[in-house]
Write a protein that binds this ligand. Sequence first.
Ligand code: HEC
Ligand code: HEC
Length: 350
Amino acid sequence: MKKIFFIFLGTLALFGCSNNDDEYVKIPTNINFINPSNFPDIAYDLSKNPLTEEGVALGKELFYEGKLSSSNIVSCGFCHEQKSAFTHHGHTVSHGVNSAVGFRNAQPIQNLAYFTEFTWDGAAIHLDLQPIIPITSDFEMNETIPSVLAKLNADVKYAKLFEEAFGDQEITSERMLKALSQFMVTMISANSNYDKVTRNEENITFTASENAGLKTFENKCASCHSGALFTDKSYRNNGIPYNSKFPEEEGRKRVSGFADDFYKFRVPSLRNIEMSFPYMHDGRFKTLEAVLDFYTDGMTENGGVVDASLRKADGSLGIDLSAEEKTNLIAFLKTLTDNTFLNDKRFAEF
Ligand code: HEC
Ligand code: HEC
């Protein structure tokens, strides 16, 4: 009798019947990750966290969930706004619960499936671990993981969403983080005019100015902002002057402890750069014109050892750019704006 009972239970589990009522739990629907043909292979290990429609849907709900913060208001989406390529529009440095301010500019959330290190200094070494930083940081969401889990447990909506994504109603930090990663892994920006030209799509071509800008970019910028992601993922000091307003900022040195890493930052991707102002790790520049003026005339050595490639033959620092080259460079950078991504309903809060 006992044996038959267990076989019966086993069969129920096989068919995915939930244990307390007669409702059938659907098996999550797998999503095939399609890599854009002009992109490198992804770095995120999908075998450990396969993408499913339900997992991504849960991740999106969590991304826009204020309960992840102590104020119950500040969600991930509060600082990562879609129209600004998932950066915090109008804020130089991050601005979290109770208007507490941090010391870094919110980074875009795009193409993170291709990275293995996150944040400006690489403090997070797995996408699944990254959200713990904003959730627990006192100037971001100022919460604790147990308290977040308790709040999610108290909300019936999440019992259903976790069950749909992971097969049962248990809400754990691992599942929460995996769902957030699933959502972020799907946030691929690969449909800018630059991509369309690269892939020969829709008969789109560059204007003369964009083309000239591309040439200048390849000669003077692509050594660091390289490849389809527009970053070689290295940590570099680009001659940015020291900002005494934020004495805690040391760049990569905060992670490595090496003096040489002072004020080195992960080379940022330039995709959607037109929309993700203000610029640099502390959001000090409002416009691309100001960024280019910095590259020609603003570099100093008061923020640590500047990347050797930025030294000219005469020993001075900077990248030579004429006014015309600057205009063309900006025209080219704007071809990296991906309106499909910026308006994609799959990523939108509402
Ligand atoms: C208060 C504003 C704020 C909130 C809320 C916030 N972030 Fe961020 N986010 C930032 C800032 C600032 C950085 C840069 C951090 C650094 O370099 O130390 C960042 C960086 C990141 C990165 C790294 C991107 C990269 O290219 O390496 C990811 C991923 C990320 N945030 C995801 C999230 C998720 C998921 C949540 C919600 C759990 C969240 N953020 C909540 C401000 C915020
Ligand atoms: C030696 C490597 C290097 C070279 C060459 C270089 N950059 Fe950068 N770039 C960086 C680093 C590192 C940062 C981030 C510095 C910081 O935040 O303080 C950056 C930041 C930027 C930003 C701001 C991005 C953001 O999200 O805030 C833009 C725009 C930019 N660079 C454009 C260019 C252009 C255009 C050129 C060529 C004229 C160029 N860069 C050449 C390393 C480089």
